[in-house]
Design a protein around this ligand. Structure first.
Ligand code: ADE
Length: 418
């Protein structure tokens, strides 16, 4: 079996951690049990480009239990957990191509290794697998029934491909399922971003001025958790509706230049270029900490910072210090890559349980549809989304009420008023 991981000897530790995560993934475990009995993915090739974590390992095991031949590479050069990659190969027989800290060439050679397995379904987090297939290996597109996409940034890329008429097969936007973005993006990114910042720096958040750029679901999550730790949270947002929401949620809202004067910690979650751009470094306080939790490492303009800095050095694992000419120090965490997956372990298993339940069921859905889907971006079918919420509640031993016939009738009528 082909593979490329850092060190096979790390497998026993990886296996223990994968099993630990599985205990927090009851919905995925139920799906795995059904897949084991029904084998709905028998003989199908699935190529996955996801963060190689304990949670992803459990998704890979689920797909394999369903009969699929899966191959996995990393969706970010810094997010791989090397012990997990080793265990996937040694303990679960899953071809895995991922090494934490791999350079760009290795990253793309690993994507090529997955594409060499000729997937019929692709599974992406950020759309690098699909975009490589669409740019360098278009001859393989006709072999693909469909793909799935895990994250907001990937869905945006795929929608733009669909709009430009260049998308060569259908894709299911897992990110857009309610049981994905309302929980993973908000509670997952919220908690794991704080976790990454704290593991990298060991600072006290209470009393800091903590800036969040972007008030989408991830930004809302990060802001909420930082406030929960006692930080004074400032939100930067370009969309007036979201900015207004941040104001009414009780945050200070200001421009990036205004925030630069006061920020102690600054996190970007915008999904866009240069949320912290060249124009703001000059206003920053000595000692400020900058981190990114958006998908790509483009949100902090590190090349511009490097240009203005007199010195650049690593002062702690995952902490680089840039010293400006006047002596002020600006700290960038995890080279501006996803801080939650680089300096910590990503979202906790309990929330990835729902995200990856969506992935597993979306893959099954694509195979069931066979060639019926068009070259479009599709939502996860709402019945799958609801069922995942129902199963998650059941796993938490929570029962909810249901509507009476009278109430249901009222909701579908219009005659009754005052
Ligand atoms: N994205 C964010 N957190 C993750 C995790 N723990 N595993 C896989 N993908 C993730």
């Amino acid at each position: 079996m082909k593979h490329h991981v850092k060190d096979g000897a790390l497998a026993p530790q990886g296996k223990l951690r994968i099993e630990w995560a599985e205990r927090q993934m009851p919905v995925l475990t139920l799906i795995k049990e059904r897949f084991t009995a029904e084998r709905p993915l028998e003989g199908k090739n699935i190529g996955a480009c996801l963060h190689v974590t304990t949670e992803t390992a459990n998704l890979m095991r689920t797909l394999k239990a369903g009969g699929a031949n899966v191959a996995l590479c990393a969706s970010n050069p810094l997010s791989t957990q090397d012990d997990v990659a080793a265990s996937l190969v040694a303990d679960y027989g899953i071809p895995t191509f991922a090494i934490k800290g791999e350079d760009n060439d290795t990253y793309y050679s690993h994507i090529d290794s997955v594409l060499d397995t000729h997937p019929t379904v692709t599974m992406d987090d950020g759309a690098d697998l699909i975009s490589t297939l669409h740019s360098k290996r278009t001859d393989q597109a006709s072999e693909v029934l469909g793909g799935t996409e895990e994250t907001t940034t990937g869905v945006i890329r795929l929608r733009s491909m669909a709009e430009q008429g260049v998308l060569l097969f259908p894709v299911v936007a897992v990110n857009d399922a309610n049981t994905k973005h309302l929980f993973d993006n908000r509670y997952g990114t919220g908690q794991s971003t704080i976790d990454g910042i704290l593991r990298a720096t060991n600072i006290l958040l209470a009393g800091t001025r903590f800036v969040v750029s972007g008030y989408g679901w991830c930004g809302r999550g990060v802001a909420g958790k930082a406030r929960g730790m006692g930080a004074n949270v400032i939100v930067i947002e370009v969309d007036p509706l979201r900015a207004l929401e941040a104001v009414m949620d009780g945050y200070e809202v200001m421009t990036a230049v205004e925030a630069a004067h006061v920020a102690d910690v600054w996190v970007t979650v915008t999904g866009d270029l240069h949320a912290i751009g060249a124009e703001v470094f000059q206003y920053m306080k000595d000692g400020v900490i900058l981190a990114n939790s958006g998908h790509f490492d483009v949100e902090i303009d590190i090349p511009a910072l490097e240009k203005t800095a007199a010195e650049r050095k690593e002062v702690r694992e995952f902490v680089e210090e840039f010293t400006l000419e006047d002596g002020r120090r600006i700290h960038v965490l995890a080279a501006g890559r996803l801080v939650n997956l680089s300096a910590a372990e990503g979202h906790p298993a309990s929330v990835m349980d729902m995200s990856f339940a969506n992935q597993a069921l979306a893959a099954e859905h694509i195979f069931k549809q066979d060639t019926k889907m068009k070259k479009q971006v599709y939502p996860v079918p709402p019945d799958i989304d609801k069922e995942i919420a129902r199963l998650k509640l059941a796993s938490m031993d929570i029962t909810i009420d249901s509507l009476s016939d009278e109430q249901r009738k009222y909701l579908s009528s219009w005659e009754m008023g005052t």
